[in-house]
Design a protein around this ligand. Sequence first.
Ligand SMILES: C[S@@+](CC[C@H](N)C(=O)[O-])C[C@H]1O[C@@H](n2cnc3c(N)ncnc32)[C@H](O)[C@@H]1O
Length: 155
Amino acid sequence: MILDSPVNKAGRLKAVYVRTEQGVLFEVKPHVRIPRTYKRFAGIILQLLQKLSITAVGRREKLLRVIKNPVTLYLPANSMKIGFSHSSEKLVNMQKHLATVCNDSDTVFVLGAMAHGKIDCDYIEDFVAISGYPLSAAYCISRICEALSTNWNIL
Ligand SMILES: C[S@@+](CC[C@H](N)C(=O)[O-])C[C@H]1O[C@@H](n2cnc3c(N)ncnc32)[C@H](O)[C@@H]1O
């Protein structure tokens, strides 16, 4: 969802980090094209977990690569880190909330890419709920991206 967003196409996404339930952390480059079929997707992820990286065909650049924990090693210094959870008591309108947090510093958005359970991160300053309903992570990201596009006037 985030890779397909106009925010990414406009070059505003710096990096995506994913941590598996087993604690394997990997980086996804913003211009990577994730396979659209499950079979090809599973093949790429299997290759990533076995070989620790996926390289672009004909180039040396690593599009996906397993990296060392913790993720905080890679987050920009002084970045604002916002966590997302349906169970947060701070229910905000994403659009209005962005206007209060996104100024000059980088912003890190932390979501759970899993079906159940709350994300548990000690580096998050602000935990928000952006709807009164439990959403999928993909829908949440799409709401965040829409708010960012409006903020930055990206159509
Ligand atoms: C399928 S949900 C995981 C369900 C889990 N019970 C929870 O609420 O954290 C996937 C992720 O989407 C985000 N999310 C879902 N609903 C949300 C909401 N209403 N507000 C903010 N984030 C939400 C959270 O980051 C959550 O970890």
